[in-house]
Design a protein around this ligand. Structure first.
Ligand SMILES: [Zn+2]
Length: 176
């Protein structure tokens, strides 16, 4: 379990805008608010999408659903809304039950008025701490394009290998 604040963008945002937000806040994912709920997009697929001349986050298929938990769901389980840390065992069970790796707890209006979140960021609870740690640093410039690695392609920075191929899977490396 881990928590991380991520840039929160409209679902209609462009890939360039998403990447800029990741660099600005030094995070390697963004969360968007679509009609059907929240989606998490990681940096690798965004850079890959730009290399394929895609324009919008909505064009990317590699994404993860983020469960939105309400107070009504969490309070009866004894899970506090702000400092969830003491109740992480219960939180973990709750996330496994919902089969989601990521959850956002929707803050009540009264909470927002007491402790406003930094504008533009949303707090995410990640089922796996390693994943939260990965998201907590900024994007790298280049990623491989091996499709089997999904949302976590191998990361590279300049200078690239001479042939421009990933040494692990020989896929092409693309940069933003
Ligand atoms: Zn690779």
């Amino acid at each position: 379990m881990g928590t991380v604040d991520l840039p929160f963008l409209p679902y209609t945002s462009g890939l360039e805008v998403a990447l800029q937000a990741m660099r600005k806040y030094q995070r390697s994912a963004v969360v968007t608010d679509a009609k059907e709920g929240l989606w998490l997009f990681r940096a690798g697929p965004v850079v890959q999408g730009l290399a394929r001349n895609l324009k919008y986050l909505a064009d990317l298929e590699t994404r993860k659903r983020v469960y939105t938990a309400s107070h009504e769901e969490l309070l009866p389980l004894g899970i506090p809304l702000v400092e969830t840390y003491p109740a992480w065992d219960r939180m973990r069970e709750f996330m496994d039950e919902k089969a989601r790796a990521y959850i956002v707890i929707i803050p009540s209006k009264s909470f927002l008025s007491l402790a406003p979140e930094p504008k533009g960021l949303i707090q995410l609870v990640s089922r796996h701490e390693e994943l939260a740690n990965l998201l907590r640093s900024g994007p790298t410039d280049c990623y491989c394009t091996d499709a089997s690695r999904g949302s976590s392609p191998h990361e590279f920075s300049q200078p690239l290998p001479k042939d421009g191929l990933c040494p692990f899977d020989q896929s092409k490396i693309v940069c933003s």
